[in-house]
Design a protein around this ligand. Structure first.
Ligand SMILES: Nc1ncnc2c1ncn2[C@@H]1O[C@H](COP(=O)(O)OP(=O)(O)OP(=O)(O)O)[C@@H](O)[C@H]1O
Ligand SMILES: [Mg+2]
Length: 236
């Protein structure tokens, strides 16, 4: 399969404090990978660099054959990267529908095009709530909205940072079901989440990040076969 994303030797810092020392990873078209690790190890920082929200100090990021590590966020999005950010960050004082059309974009991916109709079929709950304000939604509905908003940009790679964080079990299950469906459609994804069991079912491969470096990478079966590894790097 063709490489869609390649990060090589990525380094980044917040002021004087270096957070990423050496992040390298690849993702092929249609693949789902995860970034695993304990709190504060550099997963969200890697995402910020990928989206041009934090400058890379060193290293390269190529996406669809093009170098993107120096591009601003809107240019990265224009090339087909969709972000479901940590903390959802939907517009609380816009309606569901306004949230969705605010980010809609033609897209350049090979996947079937996303539009309002399709999003409402995918998450019927959002169709029922289309005139409600973002602030009036439950956590699960807000998360559906955050995912839908990213889908409306028709990304060829969707990145989800803690998409099930703080949700009730039923709402979590809805999100995992949605991600499985997106994978079946061939959408490439990077998923960050605390639920390792769910990640092992969904993802093809995993990267463990420890103190700003890739400490391990491998497939879901390798992870399942090595509980000591999961314990060492994830503390569970
Ligand atoms: N805005 C910021 N300013 C300064 N330091 C930061 C900032 N954001 C993160 N850091 C630091 O960078 C390191 C990596 O944080 P990051 O947010 O990437 O962690 P993470 O792997 O996403 O974990 P989690 O989301 O569970 O906290 C941590 O030491 C963190 O304290
Ligand atoms: Mg994080």
């Amino acid at each position: 399969m063709a490489e869609l994303l390649g990060i090589r030797g990525l380094q980044a810092a917040y002021g004087q404090a270096q957070a990423l020392f050496d992040i390298s990873l690849e993702l092929a078209e249609g693949e789902v990978i995860t970034l695993l690790g304990r709190n504060g190890m550099g997963r969200s920082t890697t995402v910020k660099c990928l989206f041009g929200l934090l400058p890379a100090k060193a290293g390269s990021i190529s996406f669809g054959g093009e170098r993107i590590e120096r591009l601003p966020c809107h240019e990265v999005a224009r090339r087909g990267l969709g972000l479901v950010p940590e903390g959802r960050q939907i517009f609380a004082d816009l309606t569901v529908e306004e949230n969705l059309v605010a980010t809609a974009r033609a897209g350049c991916g090979k996947q079937r095009r996303w539009n309002l109709k399709r999003v409402y079929e995918f998450f019927p709950r959002l169709a029922e709530r289309r005139q409600n304000m973002g602030a009036q939604l439950s956590g699960g509905e807000q998360q559906m909205l955050a995912i839908s908003r990213a889908l409306m940009t028709n990304p060829s790679l969707l990145v989800l940072d803690e998409a099930t964080e703080g949700l009730a079990p039923v709402a979590r299950a809805d999100i995992w079901r949605a991600l499985h469906e997106l994978k079946r459609e061939g959408l490439s994804m990077i998923v960050i989440d605390k639920n390792i069991q769910s990640l092992m079912t969904l993802a093809d491969r995993h990267y463990v990040i420890e103190k700003g470096r890739v400490a391990w990478s491998g497939g879901s079966q390798q992870l399942r076969d090595d509980p000591a590894l999961v314990h060492r790097y994830m503390g569970v």
